[in-house]
Design a protein around this ligand. Structure first.
Ligand SMILES: Cc1cc2nc3c(=O)[nH]c(=O)nc-3n(C[C@H](O)[C@H](O)[C@H](O)COP(=O)(O)OP(=O)(O)OC[C@H]3O[C@@H](n4cnc5c(N)ncnc54)[C@H](O)[C@@H]3O)c2cc1C
Length: 510
């Protein structure tokens, strides 16, 4: 068994937030804006504040480094992701994503162009993806080998339907499924789709082909960590119909990626905040007063009290009631209403490229048709070097086949060796020499990785209470306000929160 560690979000600290027992604050500091959480939403709030000329802010991040679900690691050979790994080409609505990419030099020319050109080093090199099915790799995501005419016809009908949904608009003139999701049509006819599951929608619309069911389930597991019979049809359709971004120098299905996944985006956002991002700082108590918010933070072994004029909550919603004793009752109910999908990722360090099975050549994203894991991405795929001494594969698995609480129990109790054995035997099916080549295998556990968009949760439950919450001193951010977790959603919520706080600081909003 290769050496490696069990890593992940610090559950001991997380459980301490629930159970209490923190030292009393030994000093008090002041700041203009305190941002809680250094994931994409918190860093985006900092990015936006800094761009607006506000520099009196601090970001408190509980873990040893910022980035949240978009963190990465580094080996002597290559950087690699621990979570988020790609960004689709930004749509016309995703203006903040375009701004950021332009600022980082990746989007070239006018950020508002219909088809901007992108730095080719960040456009996923071909082949982008392949799927392993019935002992063979097939190019692309949707299996096509050995299918009968009826199944192929259904695949085409599904594809045409999604293309039509991409173009269509609701009665208010907005796209049916936009990203950020808050910009989608408010048409009740389309929002009603939130009440059935995606699997049910497929059935109701005469889609029965096994490969289509697999694709829909894969999409929901991949983006929502949840099986398609437990995902809102609105969210399922959003996956397929929201992404219509185009590029001057790539096909529209090309994704933007880097060896370390989306960690470079987190770093890019954090640049503007500089040393105002404080890691290893867990917020454990907050209280809203007349002139500001008092926040107690565990930094190392001692607690520090911060007095801030404004607070942006950019940590997961379920944590908020644990640290804000006086949270309004309906907000508390909304924060606790949803559940979170548990996830596991693993990085396998290989001494050489692995042996290949028959079929399509190695791609960036290598997907398994019939397996507990989703597949793996290859960190060295974007490197333009002729000979590499090895690679790093990032294996992804959402624990969608058990209840979330059971998934968290498994994450806590399963030893490293058991995960490593399971992952190696899964990968051995596609790369027979994987055990021989793996020099290190680290496992990353994330018990509350992303809020699950279950039927009813987006437009018929509590989510909107969080998205519309207003108080004088506290503004919410985080992807949880969208009901599902994507870079575009997290960034949008962070930017919106920063804009509101900026107006509050200037006395232009009450
Ligand atoms: C395995 C995996 C793969 C993914 N792949 C993609 C992908 O390819 N593309 C994509 O767009 N999205 C992907 N995502 C979704 C990803 O979650 C979002 O892109 C984004 O990173 C979410 O950012 P966030 O700020 O909303 O949340 P988070 O990443 O959850 O950030 C919240 C932060 O708050 C901190 N925090 C919590 N409590 C406290 C406290 N009390 N005090 C201080 N800090 C606290 C946490 O440590 C964390 O850093 C993936 C997610 C996972 C888990």
């Amino acid at each position: 068994m290769p050496p490696g560690e069990l890593l992940g979000m610090s559950h001991t600290l997380g459980h301490r937030l629930r159970d209490g027992g923190f030292p009393s604050p030994s000093e008090t500091r002041k700041t203009g804006v305190l941002i809680v959480g250094g994931g994409i939403s918190g860093l985006s709030a900092a990015w936006r504040l800094a761009k607006s000329g506000v520099d009196d802010f601090l970001v408190m991040e509980m873990e040893s480094e910022a980035g949240g679900n978009s963190r990465g690691g580094q080996s002597p050979l290559v950087a690699y992701p621990w979570g988020a790994h790609y960004l689709p080409l930004p749509t016309r609505e995703a203006i903040y994503v375009r701004d950021l990419l332009a600022e980082l030099g990746v989007l070239q020319g006018d950020p508002a162009a219909a088809k901007p050109a992108y730095d080719e080093r960040y456009l996923c090199a071909t082949p982008q993806e392949r799927v392993f099915r019935h002992g063979l790799w097939e190019e692309g995501l949707l299996p096509h080998r050995g299918l009968d005419a009826a199944e192929r016809a259904q695949q085409k009908r599904f594809h045409d339907r999604m293309e039509a949904l991409k173009q269509a608009r609701g009665r208010d003139g907005r796209r049916l499924f936009a990203i950020p999701m808050a910009l989608s049509t408010t048409d009740p006819e389309w929002r009603a789709l939130d009440q059935v599951s995606f699997k049910q929608w497929l059935k109701d619309n005469g889609f029965t082909a096994p490969t289509l069911y697999w694709l829909a389930n894969y999409a929901c597991r991949d983006d929502y960590g949840t099986a398609y019979d437990q995902v809102s049809a609105w969210a399922g359709l959003h996956y397929f119909a929201c992404r219509n971004g185009e590029a001057a120098n790539a096909t529209s299905d090309t994704v933007i990626t880097a060896p370390d996944g989306n960690a470079w985006l987190a770093r890019g956002l954090a640049q503007k905040a500089g040393d105002r991002v404080i890691s290893g700082a867990a917020v454990w108590r907050m209280e809203e007063g007349k002139s500001g918010v008092t926040v107690d933070v565990l930094v190392g072994e001692k607690s520090v009290r911060f007095e801030a004029r404004q607070l942006i909550w950019a940590a997961p919603a379920f944590v908020l009631p644990r640290v804000w004793p006086a949270i309004p009752a309906d907000l508390k109910q909304a924060c606790l209403a949803g559940d979170y999908a548990p996830w596991l990722t693993a990085n396998l360090h290989l001494s050489d490229l692995p042996e290949e099975r028959h079929g399509a050549p190695a791609a960036w994203d290598n997907i398994f048709y019939d397996s507990p894991g989703l597949g793996y991405v290859t960190a060295t795929h974007q490197l333009i070097r002729r000979r590499l001494n090895g690679t790093v594969l990032t294996y992804y698995r959402a624990l969608h086949d058990v209840a979330p609480a059971e998934g968290r129990r498994l994450l806590l109790e399963t030893p490293h060796a058991a995960w490593a054995e399971g992952i190696l035997s899964e990968l051995e099916r596609v790369h027979p020499d994987i055990r021989k080549l793996t020099t290190r295998l680290d496992v990353f556990r994330n018990g509350h990785a992303m809020r699950r968009p279950v039927p009813g949760s987006l437009y018929h439950g509590q989510r909107e209470k969080m998205a519309t919450f207003r108080s004088l001193r506290i503004t919410l951010a985080h992807a949880d306000l969208s009901g599902f977790s994507l870079f575009e959603e997290a960034q949008y919520r962070g930017v919106l929160a920063a804009e509101r706080v900026h107006l509050m600081l200037r006395g232009l909003l009450r």
